[in-house]
Design a protein around this ligand. Sequence first.
Ligand code: URA
Length: 298
Amino acid sequence: MDLSPDETAAALRGLLAFYAEAGVDEALADEPVDRFAETLEAKARRASSATRAEARPGGDQGSREAEPGRAAPRKSFLPEAPPTAAPRPQTAAVPDGAQAALARELARSAGTLEELRRIMFDFDGCNLKATAKNLVFADGNPEADLMLVGEAPGRDEDIEGLPFVGRSGQLLDRILAAIDRDRTSAYIANVIPWRPPGNRDPSPMETEICRPFIERQIELAAPKVLITLGNPSTKALLRTQEGITRMRGTWREHVTPGGVRIPTMPTLHPAYLLRNPAHKRLAWRDFLEVRARLATFS
Ligand code: URA
């Protein structure tokens, strides 16, 4: 069926609107590439060839903020952070249980935060890495007695390779300042270290694949108190299905893979507070609780 120029223009506008809604925000090439199919082919090729000695084990409540209001680029407080730019893998991994098992094994093998960062940088088992610009590992002071964990990087974080640098990060900095903290006295990370394309929610399998890394990160940083920011982080780290509105404000425990129990305060995500400023007083209460608890350790 031939379309008139007007009809063609309308059809193209509709297609563009569909892409925008689906979270397609970057044109990478003129032709589509099925990276999942590539991965399966590569797997099949690997399976048919003998195991090679040099093959390494990795071979095979909306909380993220809207785009506008980007913060000025900021320097990390982390000493000597290695490059975070993730080399684009040739193929995107199919997110499955095997990748989650591999992530668990690799995370366990990390003896330091630096090793963990390297392992995550090299890990190709999470499809989110294929579309992210950077690994967003952490910001702040890994020696701090306080650690905060959010959900996943947004656009600004992806660009800078640092967590919480956009609008919700600015609010988080103000909240921290209210309890006399900043990024020299707090350590900040996310459950998911790669930006989900178009800021979509990470899938349960993507979360399952990334969870061992953040659990090991917490274990290695060994904070005295942990804050989970928002629903997804609270659910992932406290292994609960309860919503953040019921969980927030009451002390819980995060249990590390090695069995250490860390007092944990679930609270509302800064991006949620930006949309619901009246609830800031609830978060304020939670952070005062945290300050009081931290004071008992000094
Ligand atoms: N929201 C998050 O959960 N993490 C970030 O790093 C930024 C926004």
